[in-house]
Design a protein around this ligand. Structure first.
Ligand code: BDR
Ligand code: CA
Length: 343
């Protein structure tokens, strides 16, 4: 829900007005998680933001979520969750996002911290209170696994899980993507839960790239908030370019887990059976995607996204940033606090 909206700030209609999915965004901000928050704030019925350790330690991912919540005066709770994976050692991604999780810009200090430290209880209560809620994790799956374990009835209550993670290749190891690699046991719980799954893995997220030119495009939106985001994008893109042989920028992974629900026409994929490798000598954290056409394969448990309309998805990002820039400016100016208006 959005409040604090000044009368002069436009609030574009969602392309699926009237069909906004209700979601809980479970994240570890993270440069791309921030964009997932913005797209979710604009295009979903965002019941809450929960945080997990991943790109950075939990105190920092929670702080970063609160920065965004408060800069935009989003009327959504932030609940912090798991500080470490179920059994794996805590391992972060400072080499991608910086030690703060959001290196590259000066962040405005949040006005307040998390509403609670019990993200799992929040997820359970929210999903029980309103059936048909989507869980959208864009970090390690620890909180989601704990919620499904704590409350097995959730599997029959939620619409599904639309997650960023996995793929046919890895980034943290040759075959493992970071979010799955960071907590493979949690991923195994989620992929074995029987809930409807949609997976935005590296195959699709590497099709949406923030180049330095796109960072300049964001800077040209010319507001303090979008200037901050442009700084984050330059750090993120520069890091990818420096760490890869031929990257032109950073893959903007996480908003695609949201767009799979809000802008499904931009994405396509195939239903597959996916299992998680938890004990591989070289492949722990791999999403084992059964792409065989042999008839005795396991039935699909996951919609595996394979293609995104890059230009269309980037436009969704730019529109969300334009909206966020105008909204943050109005909030900073203390411009009114009328009731929230949903498209
Ligand atoms: C995922 O790992 C993190 O670095 C990003 O935020 C994204 O969720 C990509 O592998
Ligand atoms: Ca993330």
């Amino acid at each position: 829900m959005l409040t604090g909206m000044a009368p002069t700030v436009p609030e574009p209609a969602s392309e699926r007005a009237g069909a906004r999915p209700r979601i809980v965004l479970d994240c570890d901000p993270g440069h791309d998680d921030v964009i997932a928050i913005l797209v979710a704030a604009l295009h979903t019925d965002l019941a809450g933001i929960t945080t997990v350790a991943g790109n950075a330690p939990l105190d920092r991912t929670t702080y970063n979520a609160c920065v965004m919540r408060d800069a935009l005066a989003l009327d959504v709770p932030v609940h912090s969750g798991a500080a470490r994976p179920l059994t794996a050692p805590p391992r972060f991604a400072g080499f991608v996002h910086g030690e703060s999780g959001l290196d590259g810009a000066d962040l405005p200090a949040p006005e307040r911290g998390a509403d609670s430290t019990d993200a799992v209880a929040f997820i359970v209560d929210t999903c029980r209170a309103s059936e048909g809620t989507w869980l959208v994790p864009t970090g390690p799956l620890t909180n989601i696994a704990l919620a499904l374990r704590t409350a097995p009835d959730l599997a029959g209550r939620i619409a599904g899980v639309s997650l960023m993670g996995g793929g046919t290749f890895g980034n943290r190891s040759p075959m493992a993507e970071f979010n799955i690699w960071a907590d493979p046991e949690a991923a195994a719980v989620v992929f074995g839960s029987g809930v409807p799954l949609t997976m935005a893995g590296l195959d699709v997220t590497h099709q949406l790239v923030v180049t330095l030119e796109r960072a300049d495009e964001v800077a040209a939106l010319d507001s303090p908030f979008t200037t901050m985001i442009a700084g984050l994008f330059r750090f993120f893109a520069g890091n990818y370019i420096a760490r890869h042989d031929a990257a032109t920028g950073a893959a903007l992974h996480d908003p695609l887990a949201v767009m799979a629900l809000t802008h499904p026409a931009l994405l396509d994929g195939t239903d597959r059976h996916v299992t998680i490798e938890t004990r591989g000598e070289h492949t722990t954290g791999m999403t084992v995607i059964d792409r065989r056409d042999i008839s005795d394969r396991e039935p699909p448990n996951c919609h595996v996204l394979e293609h995104v309309d890059d230009a269309g998805a980037w436009q969704v990002v730019v529109d969300a940033l334009r909206w966020a820039g105008e909204r943050a400016a109005a909030v900073a100016a203390g411009a009114g606090s009328p009731p929230g208006v949903q498209p």
